[in-house]
Design a protein around this ligand. Structure first.
Ligand code: PMP
Length: 419
């Protein structure tokens, strides 16, 4: 069956034909490509057409598809059985690897997704402080838990009310929304809710409503306000963790979070998330503390082995190479865009993340996003897809460059762009 037939069948059996909304190519006037296999920087669809991949499973695959070391670790783990529901040393090795490299954490609790990690962090922050409310930023996405599906990004970006039905008013009422970049507005929210705010959640590199890079001074301002009002500062580094720097945005900016959530890279493409922080905070979690959190498959040995192998390869040299490759990819995209009808577009970059948007100025909050984004994106997406270049099928999602996007892939990218 080709992608069209598979999608038709899928729509009968699965809501909208997908298990995560962005995959549906909604608004892109074509059926999603069904991927048959992937290797290095390339994807192949069911029709056998190949694509240079800049979606990269939305971020975990920093070494590309089927990295041989990660694959070897997965295969070796499979030979020992793939789920025990008991203590094992593999999650311990991954936790140790993280704690040794992240000076602001002492303990880690693994989950099966970024959403679960954030869900644990919300409950933990409430348990630690005894306060009910959380603050999040308009446009930041923190997974699909009720408390965070209010003015979120990713698959909700660009929708009319940017929030989900099924979230109760009580849930929504405990989540306070602030615009990114506006410290006085944030302070006013703290002042209006004395002693009620458990935590401030932020993607320290907001990357789910395009790429809305904030300044270090702003992140320092958040730290100051959280200290002043007794709230925890939670960095959601599901995307940025181990990608922008070994220490994520916390490591890059030196701003210390009270709790951090991770996902994606720490699982190497397997379903993994984590909440991490100082021991004094983390030991509020069961079985030591009163905040319950659990998971049948948490700390899955295969996922843990994949994550460790993925991260062990992240040497300073690897980050340097990733940065150079990313700069080259973005330069090519911009050069091509200028000469091929996308003069209004610019591809902005932060490390190995990029976002193509019809604005030459880097944007800082969602109110600055041009209103013609969707319609322009459709043209860009279609042009690239036809040339065998796959970017995430949603105007608000960022692109990911991997270490597999090497010189030969770059040549191939150039050839395809100008073909
Ligand atoms: N937080 C952030 C910053 C994310 O980007 C995402 C997913 N892209 C999540 C949380 C949720 O992670 P998951 O999709 O693994 O549940």
């Amino acid at each position: 069956m080709n992608s069209e037939q598979l999608f038709e069948k899928s729509r009968r059996l699965v809501p909208g034909g997908v298990h995560s909304p962005v995959r549906s190519f909604k608004g892109l006037h074509c059926v999603p490509r069904f991927i048959n296999r992937a290797e290095g920087a390339m994807l192949w669809d069911e029709e056998g057409k190949d694509y240079v991949d800049f979606c990269m499973s939305f971020g975990p695959l920093i070494h590309g598809h089927q990295d041989p070391d990660v694959k070897r670790a997965i295969v070796a783990a499979l030979d020992r059985g793939w789920s025990y529901g008991a203590c094992e040393k593999y999650s311990l090795e991954l936790a140790e690897y993280m704690v040794e490299r992240l000076p602001f954490i002492e303990q880690v609790r693994f989950t099966n997704s970024g959403t679960e990690a954030v869900m644990a962090a919300v409950r933990l922050a409430r348990g630690i402080t005894g306060r009910p409310k959380i603050i999040k930023f308009n446009g930041c996405y923190h997974g699909h838990l009720d408390a965070m599906l209010i003015k979120a990004g990713s698959g909700l970006a660009g929708t009319a009310d940017a929030s989900s039905k099924g979230v109760t008013d009580q849930q929504a009422g405990d989540t306070l929304i602030v615009e990114l970049g506006d410290l006085p507005a944030l302070e006013a929210v703290f002042r209006d809710h004395p002693g009620q705010v458990a935590a401030l959640f932020i993607e320290p590199l907001p990357a789910n409503n395009g790429l809305l890079v904030q300044t270090t001074e702003y992140l320092q301002g958040l730290r100051r306000l959280c200290d002043q009002y007794g709230a925890l500062l939670v960095f959601d580094e599901v995307i940025s963790g181990f990608r922008v720097h070994i220490g994520g945005m916390a490591g890059l900016t030196g701003v210390r979070p009270d709790l951090v959530t991770y996902g994606k890279i720490i699982g190497g493409g397997m379903p993994v998330g984590a909440v991490a922080g100082p021991r004094a905070h983390m030991e509020f979690l069961a079985p030591v503390g009163p905040v319950y959190q659990a998971g049948t498959l948490s700390g899955n040995p295969v996922a843990m082995a994949a994550g460790l192998a993925n991260m062990k390869k992240l040497t300073p040299e690897a980050y340097q190479r990733l940065d150079e490759q990313s700069a080259a990819v973005v330069a090519l995209m911009n050069e091509w865009g200028q000469a091929h009808g996308f003069e209004d577009y610019h591809t902005h970059r932060f490390g190995s993340l990029f976002w193509a948007v019809p604005s030459h100025r880097a944007l800082k909050d969602i109110t600055e996003i041009p209103s013609n984004l969707s319609e322009r994106f459709y043209a860009l997406f279609k042009a690239l897809l036809e040339k065998g270049i796959y970017i995430a099928p949603n105007a608000w999602e960022v692109g990911f460059v991997s270490l597999a996007h090497d010189a030969s892939v770059l040549n191939e990218l150039r050839r395809r762009l100008w073909s």
